[in-house]
Design a binder for this molecule. Structure first.
Ligand SMILES: Nc1ncnc2c1ncn2[C@@H]1O[C@H](COP(=O)(O)OP(=O)(O)OP(=O)(O)O)[C@@H](O)[C@H]1O
Ligand SMILES: [Mg+2]
Length: 354
């Protein structure tokens, strides 16, 4: 979504942001033209299947992808252009990231307590003693048992779940302006997940921090996020306030994603409908809509033309035949009639599944 003028609370603004990896086969376009804005104090959830580009997008924003990439478009953070610059000066107090795999992000040769207390001393001017005290407090808060003893241990001495809690303590300690949490709770059990997300939201309220939560779980996205951005093949398929996305879902990919995810109130053993087929090749991808090959609504033009983004207030989507429109209904009906889509995908149901 793009607005002409930047409001003072716009913290992050992406415009046609692209990241490609140079590979032997050619450029792997992991992020392929992403635009959105995030305001201070808001939570954005980014959802999408595995490989849709969620992690690369956010590591790219942070400047954590190394040098073997092609980066283009614009990423403005607090008004400053980040693309093709070194973002190191922003790490810590300005932006921080909780990683999918906490082992790769904690320093293996530094005691975990020090990894939390150092930023406290550095950014909040605490004494060594105060920082240690606060760290033990934070460890207690995130549910690390025997926190004073843990302080002096190394990452390899901790379980995956405990390491992730250490990462979360670091984020809670520094209260950055932007916190990016990549699947922050996958190695934690469900009650702990809920508790940790509540904690993050609490910190956010106090500090006006903006948060991006990357998740597979649309339920988490709906419960915690102000806005949801749906990614596929490195592109934004749909972006809307959380409730709008659920109530006025426009993109067939969003709908397919929703039906492929278990819901809390589903009876046990409910059969989910996995999205048939595979994500697109990102080196030599399709010309048209990236989802066309797997989409029940696909028509000829979806295979050859990339749909523009339709913007309706704070709801935007990139689709020629959106759900809930006459064009969408006609496209689905004609595919159902002939039994397959323009891409040859068989249609089993005679009625739209939304
Ligand atoms: N270093 C790399 N070189 C080449 N391709 C890469 C590299 N890192 C990631 N990719 C590719 O970029 C695409 C996006 O990957 P990414 O890790 O962002 O997906 P994701 O949405 O975070 O998936 P998941 O939900 O599994 O974490 C994938 O096709 C992946 O294979
Ligand atoms: Mg990822």
């Amino acid at each position: 979504m793009s607005h002409e003028t930047e409001t003072p609370s716009t913290l992050l603004k992406l415009d046609d942001y692209r990241v490609g990896f140079r590979t032997e086969r050619g450029l792997a376009k992991a992020v392929d033209g992403v635009s959105y804005e995030l305001n201070s104090g808001k939570t954005l959830a980014i959802v999408g299947e595995s490989g849709s580009g969620k992690t690369v997008l956010n590591r790219g924003i942070m400047g954590l992808l190394g040098s073997n990439i092609n980066e283009s478009g614009s990423v403005k953070f607090q008004g400053e252009e980040l693309v093709n610059t070194n973002r190191q000066k922003f790490w810590g107090k300005k932006m921080a990231m909780i990683f999918q795999d906490p082992m790769t992000s904690l320093n293996p040769v530094m005691k975990v307590g020090k990894q939390v207390s150092e930023p406290l001393r550095l950014h909040q001017g605490m004494s060594r003693k105060e920082a240690r005290h606060r760290t033990v407090e934070l460890f207690t808060l995130v549910g690390i048992p025997e926190p004073s003893q843990r302080f002096d241990e190394y990452p390899h001495q901790l379980s995956g779940g405990m390491r992730q809690r250490v990462m979360i303590s670091i984020a809670l300690a520094i209260e950055p302006d932007l916190l990016i949490a990549d699947e922050p709770t996958t190695s934690l059990d469900v009650t702990v997940q809920k508790y940790i997300l509540d904690l993050l939201v609490e910190v956010q309220k106090e500090s006006n921090m903006a948060m991006t939560i990357i998740t597979h779980d649309l339920g988490v996205a709906r419960g915690r996020a102000d806005e949801i951005l749906v990614m596929y093949g490195g592109r934004v398929m749909e972006h809307a306030p959380a409730e709008t996305l659920f109530n006025e879902m426009a993109h067939p990919y969003t709908s397919a994603l929703l039906s492929s995810i278990p819901k809390l109130d589903d009876p046990k053993h409910t059969r989910l409908t996995p999205i048939e087929g595979f994500p697109p090749d990102i080196v030599d991808g399709p010309d048209g809509c990236k989802f066309a090959a797997r989409c029940q609504y696909a028509q000829e033009n979806c295979l050859s033309e990339l749909p523009d983004t339709t913007v309706k207030g704070d709801h935007s989507y990139a689709c020629f035949y959106p759900i809930g429109t006459d064009e969408g209904a006609k496209a689905f009906a004609s595919n159902a009639e002939r039994g397959h889509t323009a891409a040859g995908l068989k249609i089993r149901a005679k009625e739209e599944v939304i």
